[in-house]
Design a protein around this ligand. Structure first.
Ligand code: PGA
Length: 251
């Protein structure tokens, strides 16, 4: 089996339920048959309705943008993996830089969430990526490597089949600045070789590594043409059905 090509749309804190339903319907109407995986990550409030809609006849998969690190109990405001799974959620985005930076998620929080998702038999979209200052001072490789070591490399080899890695340089998220295809490829190749050092070549060859950060119809094809770029985690451009459909087609 070769590794999967994936286009994942992270809607973040956007869309009303009506807007979310019509965006999903528009995507369903543009769906093409094929082996590529298309994922949408709407707000929590939309998951139930969208899960039902997708189950009625679409191969688009559902993701949550976050999850709690405990299964149940006195955790006001949190949503657990056990609540998400029955809604048809198959993926959970964990470790997004907005969660880490704006909501103070620590390495320990991120690891606990990853463990919950894996234990529930769901898939993780694990985000990593450096700041502008780190890249300028050439610390980006070491930093991303440490993120993988801190958050992923405690997993057992068989659990790695549940992991999708998204490299999202923070300076490229929502800024209109995109890593060049060469910059993306350089980091993705390193990520794959660190996974190979830890788990062996065959695990590394199977893991999908997505690029995220201002992916648009105009740059998707070039980014995805790189050997180690297996697709994209898309924010802003996933909110327009036409744009996201073009990005999917670029896979
Ligand atoms: P962007 O967001 O495509 O709007 O830059 C990407 C992300 O944060 O996943």
């Amino acid at each position: 089996m070769s590794r999967q090509k994936i286009a994942a749309g992270n809607w973040k804190m956007n869309t009303s339920i009506e807007e979310g339903l019509s965006l999903a319907k528009a995507l369903i109407s543009k769906e093409q048959a094929g082996d590529n995986i298309v994922i949408i990550a709407p707000p929590f409030t939309h998951l139930h309705a969208l899960g039902k809609l997708l189950q009625e006849g679409s191969s688009i998969k559902l993701a949550a943008q976050n999850c709690g690190y405990e299964v149940k109990g006195a955790y006001t405001g949190e949503v657990s993996v056990d609540m998400l799974k029955p809604l048809g959620v198959e993926y959970v985005i964990v470790g997004h830089s907005e969660r880490r930076q704006l909501f103070g998620e620590t390495y320990v929080d991120v690891s606990k969430k990853i463990n919950q998702v894996v234990a529930a038999g769901m898939n993780v979209i694990f985000c990593c990526g450096e700041t502008k200052e780190m890249r300028e001072s050439k610390q980006h490789m070491g930093f991303v490597r440490r993120q993988l070591e801190s958050n992923l490399f405690h997993l057992f080899e068989d659990e790695m089949s549940k992991i999708v890695i998204a490299y999202e340089p923070i300076w490229a998220i929502g800024t209109g600045l995109t890593a060049s295809p060469e910059q993306a490829q350089e980091m993705h190749q390193n990520i794959r070789s660190w996974v190979a050092d830890q788990y062996g070549e065959s695990v590394a060859a199977q893991v999908s590594i997505l690029y995220g950060g201002s992916v648009k119809p105009g740059n998707a094809k070039q980014l995805f043409s790189k050997a180690d770029v297996d697709g994209g985690l898309v924010g802003g451009a996933s909110l327009k059905a036409d744009d996201f459909a073009q990005i999917i087609a670029a896979l």
